[in-house]
Design a protein around this ligand. Structure first.
Ligand code: BTN
Length: 327
């Protein structure tokens, strides 16, 4: 879904982070000042931080880099470009994952991006807080002949994203099984892999990536786990959003093209290196119930987590919420 032309134009004008007077904005978009104020209010409700200063006008608290397909494409490798079946770039969607799974018959390799999500989904039925203003909400659709290897795909994708984040300058990164992306134990992003199709036959897989580049304080208050964003880690040195999207696609598309042939194995050693829970005491939650606890030891070649309890009993964990206390 797209914003109305006038709203999009206001967004583009304000994106430079400078002050713009109400009169200037009204002239540029061809509306009254009162109407401009109403439109800005709507953007404010979607998460944009707009300051209004008497005598100066309106400005955003941070410069805004809107999604730009040309800029993303300028970063793409040949292999990644070849894998892209179609672009779906939107201002506002309920969820980029849901959009690709909505049965619209998108081709393999459809890449979907949105400036904001109104019903962003996290793992285990959680909400993914998705304000307007510069985060990454990205999903890629891929078709596979069989869903057998899909459990490992979610770990491989986590390792692929870590490559992209490292190239973009992020440090102190870690992965918490299966694919929570952490910086010093706080969540920077996550992946939601959803599958539609038969349990052993052909299937459509959507890999959704959410990365916090800038979360306004007010929105941060509704996130129910320790979180961080690129702005708080790197300040003005945070990476360009379009470049980071390109770097992620450079890793994800080759992974998807080769996955049915190569599986998780080429990514497993890397995933183990990034992991930040092995040797730590973890509790595995299903809902609010602790269903197993012990020391996280390793992952299997299929991507299941191995947890060992006090009696030395080892359990393979295929799903659930892994909680660990980072000191
Ligand atoms: C998690 O809980 O860690 C997974 C978060 C995944 C969020 C992304 S944002 C893009 C895509 N669309 C969604 O609705 N969710 C994923």
């Amino acid at each position: 879904m797209e914003f109305k032309h006038t709203v999009k134009r206001l967004l583009q004008l304000l994106a430079d982070g400078r002050f713009h007077s109400g009169t200037e904005l009204a002239e540029q978009v061809g509306l009254s000042r009162a109407a401009v104020w109403k439109k800005l209010q709507a953007l404010l409700n979607l998460g944009l931080e707009i300051h209004a200063v008497p005598g100066k006008g309106y400005c955003l608290s941070k410069r805004l880099e809107l999604i730009d397909r040309g800029q993303i494409e300028s970063v793409l490798s040949k292999k990644a470009s070849k894998g892209i079946g179609r672009w779906e770039i939107h201002d506002r969607l309920t969820s980029t994952n849901s959009y690709l799974l909505s049965g619209k018959g998108f081709p393999c390799g459809t890449v979907c991006l949105a400036e904001t999500q109104t019903a962003g989904k996290g793992r285990l039925g959680r909400t993914w807080v998705s304000p307007l203003g510069g985060n990454i909400y990205l999903s890629v659709l891929w078709y596979f002949h069989s869903s057998q290897l899909i459990a490992g795909l979610s770990l491989a994708a986590g390792a692929a994203i870590m490559r992209a984040l490292t190239q973009a300058g992020f440090t102190r990164l870690g992965l918490k099984w299966p694919n929570d992306i952490l910086v010093d134990g706080r969540k920077l992003g996550g992946l939601l892999v959803e599958v539609a199709g038969e349990s052993h036959g052909p299937c459509a897989v959507v890999i959704g990536v959410g990365l916090n580049l800038y979360i306004p304080d007010e929105w941060g208050k509704i996130i129910d786990q320790a979180w961080v964003d690129a702005e708080r880690i790197m300040g003005a040195a945070r990476p360009s959003r379009n470049r980071l999207i390109g770097l992620i696609l450079n890793e994800l598309l080759p992974l998807l093209s080769d996955y049915e042939r190569a599986g998780l194995l080429p990514y497993l050693a890397e995933w183990r290196r990034w992991n930040c829970v092995f040797g730590k005491h973890v509790t595995i939650h299903q809902g609010e119930t602790v269903f197993f606890e012990g020391i996280a030891r390793d992952v299997t070649d299929q991507g299941l987590l191995i947890v060992e309890d006090g009696q030395g009993e080892r359990k393979l964990i295929a799903s659930g919420d892994v909680r660990v206390r980072f000191e």
